[in-house]
Design a protein around this ligand. Structure first.
Ligand code: DGY
Length: 330
C-alpha cells in the first residue's frame, strides 16, 4: 500500500516563465499572464535581475531593439521560443536559435495596412513638400499664398516602383493605384500572376525599376542580400526628379550616399521612417529640406500594436503548449 503521508508522486506542472524584454500592450500581456509567470523588463531593472529571469525563462518576447544573438541565448538556456513583436526579425540570429531548437516567430499580417498607410503618407509628404511647408509655418517666417510657392509633384500617372512585393508592398500598391499611379515592382520571385493582375503591377529588373520610377518605395526585408541595396550607384541610376521612400529597414540604404544624392540633386527627395544606425540619423540629412524624417512609425497605431502584441503572445502560448507556432519564421 502506498504510504499516503510520504512524498507525492504527482507530476508537478510548474508554470512556464516568460520574459518580456520591454513594454508591450495589455492585450499581449493578458494572454501571456494566462500562460505562465510573466515578467516584464522595465527601466531601472538591474542587469543581475534580468540575468536571473533569463536563466529560467521558457519564452522571451522581444522587440526590434533587442539583439538576440548567441551571447544572449547563452544567458537563457531553457528557452523554447523567441517571439518578436514585429514582422521584421533582423534583430534575431535565427540560425543560432534554430541550432538550439528555439522557435522564432514574428507578427506578419497584422501590421500590413498600418505600414502601407504610413508609406503612402510619406509618398504624399515628400512629393507635396508637406514637411517643408510645416517647418515654414512653425518657423514664423512671413508667407502668403503664391502661384509658384512650394510647388510639388502630382502622383496621377506617375510610376511607383515597389521593391519587395510582400503583403506591405501589395497594400501600398492598392493605395497608390487609388492615386492614379502606375505600379511596377521588383521582387526576388514574381508574385502570383493573379495578384499581379489584380494590382495591375508589372515586374521589372531592379535597375529598370530604379531608372524609370518617379517614386521608389522600399518594402523588402533586410538581410545581407539587401544591405545597401540602394547605394551611390543605385541612386545615380534613379531619375533626378525621383523620390525614395523607405519604410522597411534603414541599412537597405547607404545613408551617407543618400544624403549626398539629396544634396547634389541626384534625386529630388526622400522620405525615411527607418535609419541605417537607428535611432541615429545621418547628420547630413538633418539640414536638408528635401527629406522627410519620421521615427520608425510604420506600425505605430494603437490597434496595430495591440494586434502585434496579441499575436506574439499567442505564438508563445502555442509553443509552450507543444503546438506549432502560428507565425514561425525561417
Ligand atoms: C516591423 O514590424 O518590422 C516594424 O518595423 C516594427 O514596427
Amino acid at each position: 500500500m502506498p504510504d499516503a503521508s510520504g512524498p507525492s508522486n504527482d507530476v508537478r506542472h510548474e508554470r512556464p516563465e516568460i520574459v518580456v524584454l520591454g513594454a508591450i500592450p495589455e492585450p499581449g500581456l493578458e494572454v501571456l499572464r494566462g500562460a505562465g509567470d510573466t515578467w516584464c523588463l522595465t527601466p531601472g531593472v538591474s542587469a543581475g535581475e534580468l540575468r536571473e529571469r533569463l536563466a529560467s525563462a521558457d519564452a522571451v518576447v522581444s522587440l526590434i531593439t533587442d539583439v538576440i544573438d548567441d551571447a544572449f541565448l547563452d544567458t537563457a538556456p531553457r528557452l523554447r521560443i523567441v517571439a518578436n513583436v514585429a514582422v521584421g526579425y533582423n534583430n534575431i540570429d535565427v540560425d543560432a536559435c534554430r541550432s538550439r531548437g528555439i522557435v522564432v516567430t514574428n507578427t506578419p499580417g497584422v501590421l500590413t495596412e498600418a505600414t502601407a498607410d504610413l508609406a503612402m503618407g510619406l509618398v504624399l509628404m515628400v512629393t507635396r513638400r508637406l514637411g517643408e511647408g510645416e517647418r515654414l509655418i512653425r518657423s514664423g517666417t512671413p508667407w502668403s499664398w503664391g502661384m509658384f510657392m512650394m510647388l510639388g509633384t502630382g502622383l496621377q500617372g506617375r510610376r511607383l516602383g515597389i521593391v519587395g512585393m510582400g503583403d506591405i508592398g501589395q497594400a501600398l500598391a492598392r493605395r497608390a493605384a487609388a492615386f492614379g499611379m502606375e505600379i511596377v515592382y521588383h521582387n526576388r520571385n514574381r508574385v502570383d500572376p493573379t495578384v499581379e493582375a489584380s494590382l495591375d503591377a508589372t515586374w521589372l529588373e531592379l535597375d529598370e525599376l530604379l531608372a524609370t520610377s518617379d517614386v521608389v518605395s522600399l518594402n523588402c526585408p533586410y538581410s545581407p542580400a539587401t544591405h545597401h541595396l540602394v547605394d551611390a550607384a543605385a541612386l545615380e541610376t534613379m531619375r533626378s526628379s525621383a523620390f525614395l521612400v523607405n519604410t522597411a529597414r534603414g541599412p537597405i540604404v547607404d545613408e551617407a550616399a543618400l544624403a549626398a544624392a539629396l544634396r547634389d540633386g541626384t534625386i529630388a527627395g526622400a522620405a525615411l521612417d527607418v535609419f541605417e544606425h537607428e535611432p541615429d540619423v545621418h547628420p547630413d540629412l538633418l539640414g536638408l529640406d528635401n527629406v522627410v524624417l519620421v521615427p520608425h512609425l510604420g506600425s505605430a497605431t494603437v490597434e496595430t500594436r495591440n494586434a502585434m502584441a496579441a499575436l506574439a503572445a499567442r505564438n508563445v502560448v502555442a509553443v509552450l503548449d507543444g503546438d506549432d507556432a502560428i507565425t514561425p519564421v525561417g
